[in-house]
Ligand binder design. Structure first.
Ligand code: 6GU
Length: 482
Protein backbone atom coordinates (compact mmCIF):
# COMPACT_ATOMS: atom_id res chain seq x y z
CA UNK A 1 0.00 0.00 0.00
CA UNK A 2 1.29 3.40 -1.02
CA UNK A 3 0.32 6.50 0.93
CA UNK A 4 0.95 9.90 -0.64
CA UNK A 5 0.40 12.73 1.80
CA UNK A 6 0.04 16.32 0.62
CA UNK A 7 0.85 18.55 3.59
CA UNK A 8 2.58 21.67 4.83
CA UNK A 9 4.17 19.64 7.66
CA UNK A 10 5.67 16.47 6.16
CA UNK A 11 7.87 15.77 9.20
CA UNK A 12 4.77 15.38 11.33
CA UNK A 13 3.62 12.51 9.12
CA UNK A 14 7.12 11.04 8.63
CA UNK A 15 7.76 10.91 12.36
CA UNK A 16 4.50 9.21 13.19
CA UNK A 17 4.48 6.68 10.36
CA UNK A 18 8.16 5.73 10.69
CA UNK A 19 7.59 4.65 14.29
CA UNK A 20 6.42 1.35 15.80
CA UNK A 21 4.44 -1.11 13.66
CA UNK A 22 3.89 1.16 10.66
CA UNK A 23 7.61 2.02 10.83
CA UNK A 24 8.49 -1.67 10.65
CA UNK A 25 6.07 -2.13 7.74
CA UNK A 26 7.60 0.82 5.87
CA UNK A 27 11.08 -0.63 6.37
CA UNK A 28 9.93 -3.97 4.99
CA UNK A 29 8.22 -2.23 2.10
CA UNK A 30 4.75 -3.58 2.91
CA UNK A 31 3.59 0.01 3.04
CA UNK A 32 5.31 3.06 1.65
CA UNK A 33 5.04 6.71 2.52
CA UNK A 34 5.56 9.57 0.12
CA UNK A 35 5.10 12.98 1.70
CA UNK A 36 4.73 15.96 -0.60
CA UNK A 37 5.31 19.44 0.78
CA UNK A 38 2.65 21.68 -0.68
CA UNK A 39 4.93 24.66 -0.07
CA UNK A 40 7.31 23.27 -2.73
CA UNK A 41 4.56 24.06 -5.22
CA UNK A 42 4.02 27.66 -4.17
CA UNK A 43 3.42 30.01 -7.08
CA UNK A 44 4.57 32.98 -5.07
CA UNK A 45 8.12 34.29 -4.74
CA UNK A 46 7.80 34.33 -0.92
CA UNK A 47 6.77 30.68 -0.96
CA UNK A 48 3.41 31.58 0.42
CA UNK A 49 0.57 29.13 -0.10
CA UNK A 50 -2.30 30.98 1.61
CA UNK A 51 -4.21 34.18 1.10
CA UNK A 52 -7.06 36.23 2.54
CA UNK A 53 -10.57 34.88 2.09
CA UNK A 54 -12.89 36.49 -0.44
CA UNK A 55 -15.82 37.97 1.43
CA UNK A 56 -13.65 38.81 4.38
CA UNK A 57 -13.53 37.19 7.79
CA UNK A 58 -10.89 35.75 10.03
CA UNK A 59 -8.10 33.39 9.02
CA UNK A 60 -6.37 32.46 5.81
CA UNK A 61 -7.31 30.08 3.04
CA UNK A 62 -4.93 27.75 1.18
CA UNK A 63 -4.68 28.73 -2.49
CA UNK A 64 -5.88 26.23 -5.09
CA UNK A 65 -2.85 26.19 -7.42
CA UNK A 66 -0.14 24.89 -5.03
CA UNK A 67 -2.50 22.16 -3.79
CA UNK A 68 -3.38 21.25 -7.36
CA UNK A 69 0.27 21.08 -8.44
CA UNK A 70 1.20 18.99 -5.41
CA UNK A 71 -1.63 16.59 -6.24
CA UNK A 72 -0.66 16.52 -9.91
CA UNK A 73 2.94 15.61 -9.02
CA UNK A 74 1.60 12.51 -7.32
CA UNK A 75 -1.06 11.70 -9.89
CA UNK A 76 1.59 11.84 -12.62
CA UNK A 77 3.85 9.49 -10.65
CA UNK A 78 1.30 6.73 -10.89
CA UNK A 79 1.29 4.25 -13.65
CA UNK A 80 -1.44 5.75 -15.67
CA UNK A 81 -4.35 3.40 -15.95
CA UNK A 82 -6.55 6.37 -16.67
CA UNK A 83 -8.04 6.28 -13.21
CA UNK A 84 -8.00 9.26 -10.88
CA UNK A 85 -6.31 8.19 -7.67
CA UNK A 86 -8.62 8.07 -4.66
CA UNK A 87 -7.86 11.32 -2.86
CA UNK A 88 -9.00 11.81 0.72
CA UNK A 89 -9.35 15.27 2.21
CA UNK A 90 -9.11 15.11 6.00
CA UNK A 91 -11.74 17.44 7.39
CA UNK A 92 -14.16 17.56 10.31
CA UNK A 93 -16.85 17.92 7.64
CA UNK A 94 -16.17 14.43 6.28
CA UNK A 95 -17.69 11.01 6.88
CA UNK A 96 -16.56 9.84 10.29
CA UNK A 97 -13.95 7.10 9.89
CA UNK A 98 -15.05 3.66 11.07
CA UNK A 99 -13.75 0.11 10.71
CA UNK A 100 -15.76 -0.60 7.55
CA UNK A 101 -14.34 2.45 5.80
CA UNK A 102 -10.86 1.50 7.03
CA UNK A 103 -11.24 -1.97 5.48
CA UNK A 104 -12.55 -0.51 2.27
CA UNK A 105 -9.60 1.89 1.99
CA UNK A 106 -7.16 -0.94 2.76
CA UNK A 107 -8.21 -2.63 -0.49
CA UNK A 108 -6.86 0.27 -2.57
CA UNK A 109 -3.33 0.04 -3.90
CA UNK A 110 -2.64 3.74 -3.43
CA UNK A 111 -4.20 6.55 -1.44
CA UNK A 112 -3.61 10.27 -1.66
CA UNK A 113 -4.25 12.10 1.61
CA UNK A 114 -4.71 15.85 1.58
CA UNK A 115 -4.13 17.78 4.81
CA UNK A 116 -5.51 21.26 5.17
CA UNK A 117 -4.44 24.08 7.45
CA UNK A 118 -5.56 27.58 8.35
CA UNK A 119 -9.28 28.00 7.77
CA UNK A 120 -9.28 25.48 4.96
CA UNK A 121 -8.55 25.04 1.28
CA UNK A 122 -10.06 26.90 -1.69
CA UNK A 123 -13.21 24.98 -2.56
CA UNK A 124 -12.44 24.79 -6.29
CA UNK A 125 -9.36 22.60 -5.96
CA UNK A 126 -11.24 20.30 -3.61
CA UNK A 127 -13.91 19.87 -6.29
CA UNK A 128 -11.15 19.12 -8.78
CA UNK A 129 -9.17 16.46 -6.93
CA UNK A 130 -10.94 15.14 -3.83
CA UNK A 131 -12.89 11.85 -4.00
CA UNK A 132 -13.56 11.30 -0.27
CA UNK A 133 -14.07 13.61 2.69
CA UNK A 134 -13.09 11.93 5.94
CA UNK A 135 -13.18 13.07 9.58
CA UNK A 136 -11.73 11.15 12.51
CA UNK A 137 -14.31 12.29 15.04
CA UNK A 138 -16.48 15.14 16.20
CA UNK A 139 -13.87 17.60 17.46
CA UNK A 140 -11.63 20.07 15.69
CA UNK A 141 -7.87 19.68 15.20
CA UNK A 142 -5.48 22.41 14.11
CA UNK A 143 -4.81 20.61 10.85
CA UNK A 144 -5.39 17.39 8.97
CA UNK A 145 -1.94 15.85 9.71
CA UNK A 146 -2.84 13.98 12.88
CA UNK A 147 -6.01 12.74 11.24
CA UNK A 148 -3.94 11.48 8.28
CA UNK A 149 -1.63 9.64 10.69
CA UNK A 150 -4.63 8.02 12.38
CA UNK A 151 -6.03 6.93 9.04
CA UNK A 152 -2.67 5.55 7.84
CA UNK A 153 -2.26 3.59 11.08
CA UNK A 154 -5.77 2.10 11.00
CA UNK A 155 -5.61 1.25 7.29
CA UNK A 156 -2.11 -0.27 7.53
CA UNK A 157 -3.31 -2.85 10.07
CA UNK A 158 -5.46 -4.28 7.29
CA UNK A 159 -2.70 -4.44 4.71
CA UNK A 160 -1.51 -8.06 4.46
CA UNK A 161 1.91 -8.49 6.05
CA UNK A 162 1.82 -5.42 8.27
CA UNK A 163 0.80 -7.28 11.41
CA UNK A 164 2.60 -10.44 12.46
CA UNK A 165 0.50 -13.57 12.82
CA UNK A 166 0.35 -13.05 16.54
CA UNK A 167 -0.66 -9.44 16.23
CA UNK A 168 -3.42 -10.12 13.72
CA UNK A 169 -4.89 -13.23 15.34
CA UNK A 170 -6.12 -11.01 18.11
CA UNK A 171 -9.82 -11.04 18.65
CA UNK A 172 -10.99 -8.32 16.27
CA UNK A 173 -14.08 -7.55 18.23
CA UNK A 174 -14.67 -4.08 16.81
CA UNK A 175 -15.39 -5.81 13.51
CA UNK A 176 -18.58 -7.08 15.12
CA UNK A 177 -19.27 -3.82 16.91
CA UNK A 178 -18.18 -5.30 20.22
CA UNK A 179 -15.47 -4.14 22.58
CA UNK A 180 -12.55 -6.37 23.54
CA UNK A 181 -12.73 -8.58 26.60
CA UNK A 182 -10.28 -7.77 29.46
CA UNK A 183 -6.71 -9.15 29.32
CA UNK A 184 -4.48 -10.48 32.10
CA UNK A 185 -0.86 -11.58 32.47
CA UNK A 186 1.35 -12.64 35.39
CA UNK A 187 1.28 -12.39 38.38
CA UNK A 188 -1.77 -14.43 39.21
CA UNK A 189 -2.53 -12.11 42.14
CA UNK A 190 -1.67 -8.41 42.02
CA UNK A 191 -2.60 -5.91 44.73
CA UNK A 192 -5.02 -8.49 46.02
CA UNK A 193 -6.75 -8.83 42.63
CA UNK A 194 -7.12 -12.32 41.22
CA UNK A 195 -6.93 -13.26 37.57
CA UNK A 196 -10.36 -14.75 36.70
CA UNK A 197 -10.41 -18.46 37.51
CA UNK A 198 -11.55 -19.64 34.07
CA UNK A 199 -8.41 -18.24 32.37
CA UNK A 200 -6.09 -20.29 34.59
CA UNK A 201 -7.53 -23.61 33.42
CA UNK A 202 -7.01 -24.82 29.89
CA UNK A 203 -10.62 -25.25 28.82
CA UNK A 204 -10.57 -23.38 25.54
CA UNK A 205 -14.32 -23.55 24.95
CA UNK A 206 -15.09 -22.12 28.38
CA UNK A 207 -12.49 -19.39 27.92
CA UNK A 208 -14.02 -18.41 24.61
CA UNK A 209 -17.50 -18.30 26.11
CA UNK A 210 -16.24 -16.20 29.01
CA UNK A 211 -14.54 -13.74 26.69
CA UNK A 212 -17.65 -13.40 24.56
CA UNK A 213 -19.74 -12.77 27.64
CA UNK A 214 -17.30 -10.12 28.89
CA UNK A 215 -17.23 -8.47 25.47
CA UNK A 216 -21.00 -8.18 25.50
CA UNK A 217 -21.16 -7.01 29.12
CA UNK A 218 -18.49 -4.41 28.53
CA UNK A 219 -20.11 -3.11 25.36
CA UNK A 220 -23.45 -2.88 27.14
CA UNK A 221 -21.88 -0.85 29.94
CA UNK A 222 -19.50 1.36 27.98
CA UNK A 223 -20.80 1.59 24.43
CA UNK A 224 -24.50 0.67 24.27
CA UNK A 225 -24.64 2.51 20.93
CA UNK A 226 -22.33 -0.13 19.42
CA UNK A 227 -24.47 -2.98 20.68
CA UNK A 228 -27.33 -1.67 18.62
CA UNK A 229 -25.19 -1.97 15.51
CA UNK A 230 -24.09 -5.51 16.34
CA UNK A 231 -25.68 -7.95 13.95
CA UNK A 232 -25.42 -11.70 14.60
CA UNK A 233 -24.52 -13.57 11.41
CA UNK A 234 -25.88 -17.03 10.54
CA UNK A 235 -24.60 -18.93 7.53
CA UNK A 236 -26.99 -21.64 6.34
CA UNK A 237 -25.47 -23.87 3.70
CA UNK A 238 -26.24 -27.01 1.71
CA UNK A 239 -23.01 -28.69 0.76
CA UNK A 240 -22.91 -32.43 -0.02
CA UNK A 241 -19.25 -32.46 -1.02
CA UNK A 242 -17.90 -29.42 0.86
CA UNK A 243 -17.25 -26.97 -1.98
CA UNK A 244 -20.12 -24.63 -1.16
CA UNK A 245 -19.32 -24.86 2.51
CA UNK A 246 -15.78 -23.72 1.91
CA UNK A 247 -16.79 -20.70 -0.15
CA UNK A 248 -19.44 -19.79 2.41
CA UNK A 249 -16.96 -20.05 5.28
CA UNK A 250 -14.41 -17.84 3.58
CA UNK A 251 -16.99 -15.15 2.89
CA UNK A 252 -18.49 -15.39 6.38
CA UNK A 253 -15.04 -15.11 7.94
CA UNK A 254 -14.55 -11.73 6.25
CA UNK A 255 -17.84 -10.53 7.75
CA UNK A 256 -17.70 -11.63 11.35
CA UNK A 257 -15.64 -13.26 14.08
CA UNK A 258 -18.63 -15.00 15.61
CA UNK A 259 -20.65 -16.74 12.95
CA UNK A 260 -23.28 -19.40 13.57
CA UNK A 261 -23.34 -22.16 10.96
CA UNK A 262 -26.43 -24.13 10.00
CA UNK A 263 -25.53 -27.22 8.03
CA UNK A 264 -28.66 -27.82 5.97
CA UNK A 265 -26.99 -30.78 4.30
CA UNK A 266 -28.31 -32.61 7.34
CA UNK A 267 -31.90 -33.66 6.80
CA UNK A 268 -32.89 -33.02 10.40
CA UNK A 269 -31.83 -29.39 10.28
CA UNK A 270 -33.87 -28.78 7.14
CA UNK A 271 -37.00 -29.74 9.05
CA UNK A 272 -36.36 -27.49 12.02
CA UNK A 273 -38.08 -24.10 11.85
CA UNK A 274 -35.61 -21.31 12.56
CA UNK A 275 -36.64 -17.70 13.05
CA UNK A 276 -34.52 -14.62 12.45
CA UNK A 277 -35.11 -11.13 13.80
CA UNK A 278 -34.61 -8.01 11.72
CA UNK A 279 -31.40 -7.38 13.68
CA UNK A 280 -29.66 -10.45 12.26
CA UNK A 281 -28.03 -11.30 8.95
CA UNK A 282 -28.54 -14.55 7.06
CA UNK A 283 -26.10 -15.89 4.49
CA UNK A 284 -27.76 -18.64 2.47
CA UNK A 285 -25.42 -20.77 0.38
CA UNK A 286 -26.22 -23.59 -2.03
CA UNK A 287 -24.52 -25.35 -4.93
CA UNK A 288 -25.83 -25.02 -8.48
CA UNK A 289 -27.16 -28.25 -10.00
CA UNK A 290 -27.89 -27.91 -13.70
CA UNK A 291 -28.33 -24.16 -13.34
CA UNK A 292 -30.80 -24.45 -10.48
CA UNK A 293 -31.17 -25.02 -6.77
CA UNK A 294 -30.93 -28.71 -5.85
CA UNK A 295 -34.38 -30.23 -5.31
CA UNK A 296 -34.85 -31.84 -1.93
CA UNK A 297 -37.93 -33.18 -0.18
CA UNK A 298 -37.91 -30.41 2.38
CA UNK A 299 -37.04 -27.55 0.02
CA UNK A 300 -33.76 -25.83 0.78
CA UNK A 301 -34.09 -22.84 3.15
CA UNK A 302 -37.87 -23.40 3.45
CA UNK A 303 -37.45 -23.75 7.21
CA UNK A 304 -35.93 -20.30 7.63
CA UNK A 305 -38.28 -17.48 8.59
CA UNK A 306 -37.23 -13.84 8.55
CA UNK A 307 -38.83 -10.68 9.84
CA UNK A 308 -37.53 -8.07 7.47
CA UNK A 309 -34.16 -9.76 7.99
CA UNK A 310 -31.40 -8.87 5.52
CA UNK A 311 -29.86 -11.82 3.71
CA UNK A 312 -27.13 -12.53 1.20
CA UNK A 313 -27.54 -15.43 -1.21
CA UNK A 314 -24.64 -17.45 -2.54
CA UNK A 315 -24.85 -19.89 -5.46
CA UNK A 316 -21.61 -21.85 -5.81
CA UNK A 317 -21.01 -23.46 -9.18
CA UNK A 318 -18.43 -25.56 -10.99
CA UNK A 319 -17.42 -23.01 -13.61
CA UNK A 320 -20.31 -23.62 -16.04
CA UNK A 321 -22.97 -21.14 -14.90
CA UNK A 322 -25.27 -20.32 -11.99
CA UNK A 323 -28.15 -19.58 -14.40
CA UNK A 324 -31.38 -19.28 -12.33
CA UNK A 325 -30.05 -20.25 -8.92
CA UNK A 326 -29.54 -16.78 -7.42
CA UNK A 327 -32.98 -15.68 -8.65
CA UNK A 328 -34.58 -18.77 -7.14
CA UNK A 329 -32.86 -18.25 -3.81
CA UNK A 330 -33.76 -14.59 -3.67
CA UNK A 331 -37.41 -15.29 -4.44
CA UNK A 332 -37.71 -18.12 -1.95
CA UNK A 333 -36.13 -16.18 0.89
CA UNK A 334 -38.00 -12.97 0.21
CA UNK A 335 -41.27 -14.91 0.36
CA UNK A 336 -40.18 -15.99 3.82
CA UNK A 337 -39.57 -12.55 5.29
CA UNK A 338 -36.00 -11.84 4.21
CA UNK A 339 -34.69 -8.92 2.18
CA UNK A 340 -32.00 -9.98 -0.24
CA UNK A 341 -29.39 -7.21 0.01
CA UNK A 342 -26.70 -9.01 -1.98
CA UNK A 343 -25.93 -12.05 -4.11
CA UNK A 344 -22.73 -13.78 -5.14
CA UNK A 345 -21.79 -16.71 -7.33
CA UNK A 346 -18.38 -18.14 -6.41
CA UNK A 347 -16.70 -20.84 -8.50
CA UNK A 348 -15.93 -24.12 -6.72
CA UNK A 349 -14.56 -27.46 -7.95
CA UNK A 350 -17.09 -29.22 -10.19
CA UNK A 351 -18.30 -32.49 -8.73
CA UNK A 352 -18.09 -34.26 -12.09
CA UNK A 353 -14.71 -32.96 -13.18
CA UNK A 354 -11.30 -32.59 -11.58
CA UNK A 355 -10.45 -29.84 -14.06
CA UNK A 356 -13.40 -27.44 -13.80
CA UNK A 357 -13.11 -25.11 -10.83
CA UNK A 358 -9.88 -26.78 -9.75
CA UNK A 359 -8.32 -25.01 -6.76
CA UNK A 360 -11.18 -22.52 -6.46
CA UNK A 361 -11.71 -20.37 -4.49
CA UNK A 362 -8.13 -19.22 -5.16
CA UNK A 363 -6.27 -16.12 -3.98
CA UNK A 364 -7.97 -13.87 -6.52
CA UNK A 365 -11.36 -15.29 -5.47
CA UNK A 366 -10.60 -14.52 -1.83
CA UNK A 367 -9.96 -10.91 -2.76
CA UNK A 368 -13.34 -10.72 -4.46
CA UNK A 369 -15.08 -12.45 -1.55
CA UNK A 370 -13.48 -9.93 0.78
CA UNK A 371 -14.48 -7.03 -1.42
CA UNK A 372 -18.05 -8.27 -1.42
CA UNK A 373 -17.93 -8.70 2.38
CA UNK A 374 -16.90 -5.07 2.80
CA UNK A 375 -19.60 -4.05 0.33
CA UNK A 376 -22.12 -6.07 2.35
CA UNK A 377 -21.09 -4.30 5.55
CA UNK A 378 -21.59 -0.96 3.82
CA UNK A 379 -25.07 -2.01 2.68
CA UNK A 380 -25.90 -3.14 6.22
CA UNK A 381 -24.77 0.18 7.68
CA UNK A 382 -26.76 2.09 5.10
CA UNK A 383 -29.78 -0.16 5.64
CA UNK A 384 -29.81 0.61 9.34
CA UNK A 385 -30.67 4.22 8.69
CA UNK A 386 -32.37 4.12 5.29
CA UNK A 387 -33.98 0.68 5.20
CA UNK A 388 -32.69 -2.31 3.24
CA UNK A 389 -32.78 -2.32 -0.52
CA UNK A 390 -33.53 -5.56 -2.36
CA UNK A 391 -30.86 -6.26 -4.96
CA UNK A 392 -31.50 -7.20 -8.61
CA UNK A 393 -30.15 -10.58 -9.65
CA UNK A 394 -30.08 -12.22 -13.08
CA UNK A 395 -32.01 -15.38 -13.87
CA UNK A 396 -35.54 -16.78 -13.81
CA UNK A 397 -36.89 -17.12 -10.26
CA UNK A 398 -39.39 -19.81 -11.40
CA UNK A 399 -37.65 -21.99 -13.97
CA UNK A 400 -39.15 -25.25 -15.22
CA UNK A 401 -37.60 -28.00 -13.10
CA UNK A 402 -34.81 -29.56 -15.09
CA UNK A 403 -34.72 -33.29 -15.69
CA UNK A 404 -31.07 -34.14 -15.27
CA UNK A 405 -29.61 -37.28 -16.74
CA UNK A 406 -28.64 -39.43 -13.77
CA UNK A 407 -24.97 -40.15 -13.39
CA UNK A 408 -24.11 -43.81 -13.42
CA UNK A 409 -23.11 -44.90 -9.95
CA UNK A 410 -21.03 -47.94 -9.20
CA UNK A 411 -20.94 -50.01 -6.06
CA UNK A 412 -18.39 -52.70 -5.26
CA UNK A 413 -19.94 -54.76 -2.50
CA UNK A 414 -16.70 -56.66 -2.02
CA UNK A 415 -15.03 -53.47 -0.79
CA UNK A 416 -17.99 -52.26 1.33
CA UNK A 417 -17.52 -52.60 5.09
CA UNK A 418 -21.18 -51.73 5.74
CA UNK A 419 -20.09 -48.75 7.83
CA UNK A 420 -23.38 -47.00 6.92
CA UNK A 421 -21.56 -43.71 6.40
CA UNK A 422 -23.17 -43.18 2.99
CA UNK A 423 -26.62 -44.01 4.38
CA UNK A 424 -26.31 -41.53 7.21
CA UNK A 425 -24.66 -38.73 5.25
CA UNK A 426 -26.88 -38.87 2.17
CA UNK A 427 -28.52 -35.43 2.22
CA UNK A 428 -31.78 -36.80 0.77
CA UNK A 429 -32.03 -40.18 2.48
CA UNK A 430 -31.78 -41.99 -0.84
CA UNK A 431 -29.73 -44.99 0.30
CA UNK A 432 -31.36 -48.05 1.83
CA UNK A 433 -30.01 -48.98 5.23
CA UNK A 434 -30.52 -52.67 4.51
CA UNK A 435 -29.66 -53.15 0.86
CA UNK A 436 -27.45 -50.05 0.44
CA UNK A 437 -29.19 -49.50 -2.87
CA UNK A 438 -29.72 -45.99 -4.16
CA UNK A 439 -33.28 -44.83 -4.83
CA UNK A 440 -33.17 -43.15 -8.21
CA UNK A 441 -36.24 -41.00 -7.55
CA UNK A 442 -34.58 -39.31 -4.60
CA UNK A 443 -30.92 -39.26 -5.58
CA UNK A 444 -29.52 -35.80 -6.29
CA UNK A 445 -26.39 -37.17 -7.93
CA UNK A 446 -24.54 -35.02 -5.45
CA UNK A 447 -21.73 -37.57 -5.00
CA UNK A 448 -21.79 -37.25 -1.24
CA UNK A 449 -21.86 -41.06 -0.88
CA UNK A 450 -18.82 -41.41 -3.12
CA UNK A 451 -16.95 -38.80 -1.14
CA UNK A 452 -17.72 -40.23 2.30
CA UNK A 453 -16.97 -43.86 1.41
CA UNK A 454 -13.68 -44.61 3.10
CA UNK A 455 -13.53 -48.12 1.60
CA UNK A 456 -13.81 -46.67 -1.91
CA UNK A 457 -16.69 -49.06 -2.60
CA UNK A 458 -18.70 -46.29 -4.25
CA UNK A 459 -17.78 -44.63 -7.49
CA UNK A 460 -19.40 -43.04 -10.48
CA UNK A 461 -19.02 -42.82 -14.18
CA UNK A 462 -19.86 -39.50 -15.73
CA UNK A 463 -17.29 -39.47 -18.50
CA UNK A 464 -19.82 -38.24 -21.08
CA UNK A 465 -21.00 -35.27 -19.05
CA UNK A 466 -17.48 -34.58 -17.96
CA UNK A 467 -16.12 -34.51 -21.47
CA UNK A 468 -18.91 -32.22 -22.58
CA UNK A 469 -18.32 -29.83 -19.67
CA UNK A 470 -14.58 -29.81 -20.06
CA UNK A 471 -14.83 -29.11 -23.78
CA UNK A 472 -17.19 -26.18 -23.38
CA UNK A 473 -16.61 -24.66 -19.96
CA UNK A 474 -12.98 -24.96 -18.97
CA UNK A 475 -12.08 -21.27 -19.25
CA UNK A 476 -11.99 -20.09 -15.62
CA UNK A 477 -14.88 -17.77 -14.80
CA UNK A 478 -14.62 -14.83 -12.48
CA UNK A 479 -16.76 -14.54 -9.35
CA UNK A 480 -19.75 -12.27 -9.96
CA UNK A 481 -21.63 -10.44 -7.25
CA UNK A 482 -24.66 -8.19 -7.16
CL1 6GU B 1 -9.82 15.04 9.53
N1 6GU B 1 -9.25 17.42 10.45
C1 6GU B 1 -9.31 18.39 11.38
N2 6GU B 1 -8.70 19.54 11.16
N3 6GU B 1 -10.00 18.24 12.51
C2 6GU B 1 -10.60 17.07 12.70
C3 6GU B 1 -10.56 16.03 11.78
C4 6GU B 1 -9.87 16.25 10.65
N4 6GU B 1 -11.28 15.00 12.23
C5 6GU B 1 -11.74 15.39 13.39
N5 6GU B 1 -11.34 16.64 13.68
Amino acid sequence: MKFHVLTLFPEMIENAVHTSITGRAAKKGTISLNTVNIRDFSVNKHMRVDDYPYGGGAGMVMEPEPVYRAWKSVADLRENNGKKPRCIYLTPQGKVLNQTLVEELAMEEELVLLCGHYEGIDERVLEEVVTDYVSIGDYVLTGGELAACVLIDAVSRFVPGVLSNEESSQFESIQDNLLEYPHYTRPEVWKNRQVPEVLLKGDHKKIQAWRMEKSLERTRQRRPDLLEKNRPVTTAFFSPTGGTRKAAEIFTGYLTQNPRYLDLTRRKLRKKKIRFSSRELLIAAAPVYGGQLPVTEEPLFANLQGEGTPCVVMAAYGNRHYDDTLAQMKKRLEEQGFICIGAIAPVIPHIYSSVLGKGRPDEEDRKILKKFAVETKKRLEKGRTEGFASVQVPGNPDPEPKQMKPVKKTFDSALCTNCQSCVQKCPVNAISQETLEIRGDRCLNCMCCVKVCKAKARGYDCSQVRQYLETHYSTPRKIEFF
